[in-house]
Write a protein that binds this ligand. Structure first.
Ligand code: KIV
Ligand code: ZN
Length: 508
C-alpha cells in the first residue's frame, strides 16, 4: 500500500502567537508566513480575524501575499466572526474558515451555558454561513478529548452534512494520552456515518508533554492532518512542534507509513527566524532544533560517530538545513565566495544585498580569525528586518572597571541625523541603556537579558536577547543584537527593541 500524505497545518501565527511572549507585529507575521511558504506547509492559520483589527489586517495581508499554502482564519461559531474571517481571507488564492465551539460538559454547561442541541445548531449555522465564503471549512469541537464520544459523533455528523470538509479533534488542555487519543480517532472513524466525506485533523497541546506523541498516535489511527507550530510554541505549554512531527514521520516512514510535503531543509531557518522575531529562545536539548540536538560530547559516542555516523545519529543535521559547523571563510575571502556560501545556506541575495552583507562580513572577518556558517547565518539574521529601522548604532564607547562609575557615550543615526549623548549606570550595559533612553526619549523596563556565544572560541560572536516593557505598549518587546563585542551586542539588542517599539506605538 502506498504511503498516505499527512496535511501539515501550521498554527504558529494563531495558536502560537496568542501565547505570552510570542506576539508579533504584522510585518513580523508576514516574514514568518514567507518562511512557512518556503517550508511548504499545506495550511497557514494566519490568525483570528475577528479578535482585533490588527489580527484582521495580518490575516488579510498574509492572504494577499502568500501563494501556495491555503490560508486559514479562526472564527468562533458566531455570525460576526465568520463574516470577518471571510472578509479578511478574500484575497487568498486558497482560503479556509476554521470555526469552533466547545463540546465538553464543563465548557458547554459552565462556559457557554447552552443546551447541547443548541450547540449543534450553532455549529451547523456557522458552517452554512462559512460556505458563502469558501468550500474549505474546518470545524473544531473545542475540548474534544474531554467531550462525550457519542455527542462528538452527533455534532461531527451534522457539520459534515452541512459542508465541513475537515473536522479537527482538539486536545485543548493537553489532557489525553497516546493510546486514548488513538482510540478516540478510531471511534470517530467507525461511528460518524459520513466521516469519509471529511479529513480528520489532530490538534494537541503539550501540558503533559505528550502533544507530539498524541499527534503521531492520531496519525497511526488514520487522521489526515496534523496541526502544529514551529518550536512548539502555543497556549500554555505549547502545541505539537512541527519539526518534531515532521522529522518523526520522515525518519520513521517505515513505521508510520505516511509522508508530508514539508521541505525539511527549511526547518532550522524557520526555527531561528521565530526565535529572532519573538525572542523566545529554544531550550538547548530540544529535539531537532535545540543546540545540542546534533552535538556528541561523550568520547564513546564520538568514537562511534567517526567510525560510522549512523551508530549514534538517526538524522543528519543537513536534513533540517543545518550544515555541519564548517570553517567557510576568512578575511581574504571575496564577495563571490561569500555569495556562494550564502546561496548554499539558502539565502539568495540581490547584488546590492550581497554588497551590504559583504561589508559586514569584512568587519567581522577582521575581528574574528575564523568565520563559520553559524556566524554567517547570524549576520543574515540581522539583515532580516521586518520594518526599516528608525535608529541605528554608529559608534559606542564605554568606560568601565572595578573602581570607576561605568559611563557610555553613544552615537545613533536617525536618517541623516547623528545624535550623540552620554550617561552612567551601575554597569556598562545599564550605562548604554540609560544613554539610549536619553537619546530616543523612550523609557523601557528590561524584563529579561540573555547572552550566548554563536560559535565556540574566545573570539566567538556574542548574541544578546532581551525583552523590554515600554509604557503604553501592552506586549513585551523583544530585541536581539549580535557582535564580537558583547557590549556592542547589548547596545544593538536594545536599539532593535526600541525600533520595534516605535512600530508598535504607531499601530496600537
Ligand atoms: O486548542 C484548541 O482547542 C484550539 C481550537 C480553537 C482549535 O486552539
Ligand atoms: Zn489550540
Amino acid at each position: 500500500m502506498e504511503n498516505r500524505k499527512i496535511i501539515i497545518f501550521d498554527t504558529t501565527l494563531r495558536d502560537g502567537e496568542q501565547s505570552p511572549g510570542a506576539s508579533m507585529n504584522i510585518e513580523e507575521k508576514l516574514l514568518m508566513a514567507e518562511q512557512l511558504q518556503r517550508l511548504n506547509v499545506d495550511v497557514i492559520e494566519a490568525g483570528f480575524a475577528a479578535s482585533s483589527p490588527g489580527d484582521f489586517e495580518s490575516v488579510n495581508r498574509v492572504a494577499q501575499k502568500i501563494k501556495g499554502p491555503t490560508i486559514a482564519s479562526l472564527a468562533r461559531a458566531v455570525k460576526g466572526d465568520i463574516e470577518q474571517a471571510g472578509e479578511a481571507l478574500k484575497p487568498a488564492e486558497r482560503k479556509r474558515i476554521h470555526t469552533f465551539i466547545a463540546t465538553s460538559p464543563i465548557h458547554v454547561e459552565k462556559k457557554l451555558r447552552m443546551a447541547y442541541d443548541q450547540v449543534i445548531d450553532q455549529a451547523v449555522d456557522a458552517v452554512k454561513l462559512a460556505k458563502n465564503y469558501t468550500d474549505d471549512i474546518e470545524f473544531s469541537p473545542e475540548d474534544a478529548t474531554r467531550s462525550n464520544r457519542d455527542y462528538l459523533c452527533r455534532i461531527l455528523e451534522a457539520v459534515i452534512k452541512n459542508g465541513a470538509t475537515t473536522v479537527n479533534i482538539p486536545d485543548t488542555v493537553g489532557y489525553t494520552a497516546p493510546q486514548e487519543y488513538y482510540e478516540l480517532i478510531k471511534y470517530l472513524m467507525n461511528n460518524v456515518p459520513n466521516i469519509d466525506k471529511a479529513i480528520i485533523s489532530l490538534h494537541c497541546h503539550d501540558d503533559l508533554g505528550m502533544a507530539v506523541a498524541n499527534s503521531l498516535s492520531g496519525v497511526l489511527a488514520g487522521a489526515g492532518q496534523v496541526e502544529c507550530t514551529i518550536n512548539g510554541i502555543g497556549e500554555r505549554a505549547g502545541n505539537a512542534s512541527l519539526e518534531e512531527v515532521v522529522m518523526a514521520i520522515k525518519t520513521r516512514k517505515d513505521f508510520f507509513k505516511v509522508y508530508t510535503d514539508v521541505d525539511a531543509k527549511e526547518i532550522y531557518r524557520a526555527s531561528r527566524l521565530l526565535t529572532k522575531l519573538t525572542g523566545l529562545v529554544v531550550q538547548r536539548n530540544k529535539a531537532i532544533v535545540g543546540e545540542n540536538a546534533f552535538a556528541h560530547e561523550a568520547g564513546i559516542h564520538q568514537d562511534g560517530m567517526i567510525k560510522e555516523r549512523m551508530t549514534y545519529e538517526i538524522m543528519k543535521p543537513e536534513d533540517i538545513g543545518l550544515s555541519e559547523s564548517r570553517l567557510v571563510l576568512g578575511k581574504h575571502s571575496g564577495r563571490r565566495g561569500l555569495g556562494k556560501r550564502l546561496s548554499e545556506l539558502g539565502f539568495d541575495l540581490s547584488p546590492e544585498e550581497l554588497s551590504h552583507v559583504f561589508e559586514k562580513f569584512k568587519v567581522l572577518a577582521d575581528k574574528k580569525k575564523e568565520v563559520y556558517d553559524e556566524d554567517i547565518i547570524a549576520l543574515m539574521d540581522e539583515e532580516v528586518s521586518p520594518s526599516p529601522d528608525v535608529y541605528s548604532l554608529e559608534s559606542l564607547q564605554v568606560i568601565s572597571g572595578t573602581t570607576t562609575m561605568p559611563t557610555a557615550t553613544v552615537v545613533l543615526r536617525k536618517g541623516e541625523e547623528r545624535i550623540k549623548d552620554a550617561a552612567s549606570g551601575n554597569g556598562p550595559v545599564e550605562a548604554i541603556y540609560e544613554t539610549l533612553e536619553r537619546i530616543t526619549g523612550l523609557k523601557g523596563k528590561l524584563s529579561s537579558y540573555r547572552i550566548k556565544a554563536v560559535t565556540e572560541g574566545k573570539d566567538a560572536l556574542g548574541e544578546v536577547s532581551i525583552r523590554v516593557k515600554f509604557p503604553d505598549i501592552k506586549r513585551d518587546i523583544s530585541g536581539r543584537g549580535i557582535a564580537v563585542d558583547i557590549i556592542e551586542a547589548s547596545a544593538k539588542a536594545y536599539i532593535n527593541a526600541l525600533n520595534k517599539a516605535l512600530v508598535y506605538k504607531k499601530s496600537e
